[in-house]
Design a protein around this ligand. Structure first.
Ligand code: SAM
Length: 281
């Protein structure tokens, strides 16, 4: 096993940093800090980022993962919502290739955080309450981020990576599959955090399709999927009757008796195309 990164924080160093900066973990912000340097090393390794890569880290906290990313030779932009943590980060990383941005990642200006002059990866231990909307917003609106390796609640990782027909398949799965593909790459035990969360975590890797060629806009595809999933147990001929008719379903190759959890993203796109064609005549 490789040695843990020299800069990273164990439980003792984390407790010391909290004391030094007069901080207390704020659970409402999902503050569960990684205190196992081996997990940090594992996240960096699984992300595949390497010397010279540009990385966005959302929620750097006290900088445990940031330190691992620095060790790997990447340029890091670290977006943190908590002013106290921003102070602690700036003190630790003032001499490293790290830009700390004090912002809410859900409303941040991504073009200034991750300028599209580069390709970017997002590597982050995400706060539980913002993980799904953040990942989906980034996929929709920040094309220069082409790979994400993020730690999320285990159930969220399963939903993001679920294939049509699986019990975890839902709206987030459709959106991820629209842009690329996702894989749950590792489980992470609760014991590696301070304080320990109540739920298990997992690492999910999401890659944009480099040959992306979908022609139907995501909003049109999403409208159909969202409407159908809002009444998940109903057949689509009923849940979608205000949006599409029998013929459109037929031409899209979707049985009117189908339920949304069995309809893959290609079929949702075909249905959006049929709806557009019907509007255009
Ligand atoms: N990366 C650190 C680690 O692994 O030890 C901390 C991860 S902790 C699970 C989540 C971090 O996200 C916290 O530092 C929290 O303050 C920050 N955070 C929560 N909501 C945020 C938001 N909307 N935008 C940016 N950071 C946020």
């Amino acid at each position: 096993m490789r040695p843990p990164p020299a800069l990273s924080h164990g439980a003792r160093a984390t407790a010391d940093l909290l004391t030094q900066f007069g901080l207390h973990p704020d659970k409402s912000l999902g503050q569960h800090f990684l205190v196992d340097p081996n997990q940090v090393e594992r996240i960096v390794r699984l992300s595949g980022v390497t010397n010279g890569d540009h990385v966005v880290e959302v929620g750097p906290g006290l900088g445990a993962l940031t330190a691992g990313l620095v060790e790997a030779g990447t340029t890091v932009v670290a977006v943190e919502i908590d002013a106290g943590l921003v102070t602690a980060l700036e003190a630790q990383f003032s001499k490293q290739d790290v830009r700390v941005v004090h912002a809410d990642a859900l409303t941040a200006d991504w073009n200034s955080i991750a300028p599209d002059a580069h390709r970017w990866a997002m590597v982050a231990n995400l706060p539980y309450n913002v993980a799904t909307p953040l990942v989906l917003d980034v996929l929709d609106g920040v094309p220069q981020i082409d790979h994400l390796l993020v730690m999320v609640q285990h159930e969220v990782a399963e939903r993001l990576a679920a294939a049509a027909g699986s019990p975890n398949y839902g709206l987030p799965s459709v959106k991820v599959a629209y842009w690329g593909s996702a894989e749950l790459v590792a489980r992470v035990p609760r014991s590696v955090f301070l304080p320990q969360p109540r739920v298990e975590s997992a690492l999910v890797s999401i890659r944009r399709d480099p040959n992306f060629a979908r022609t139907e806009p995501i909003d049109e595809v999403y409208l159909l999927a969202r409407t159908a999933f809002a009444q998940r147990r109903k057949m689509v001929r009923r849940s979608l009757r205000s949006l599409v008719d029998h013929d459109m379903l037929d031409r899209a190759g979707i049985s009117p008796d189908e339920r949304p959890e069995r309809i893959d993203v290609d079929a949702w796109c075909r249905l959006a195309a049929e709806r557009r064609a019907a509007r255009d005549v």
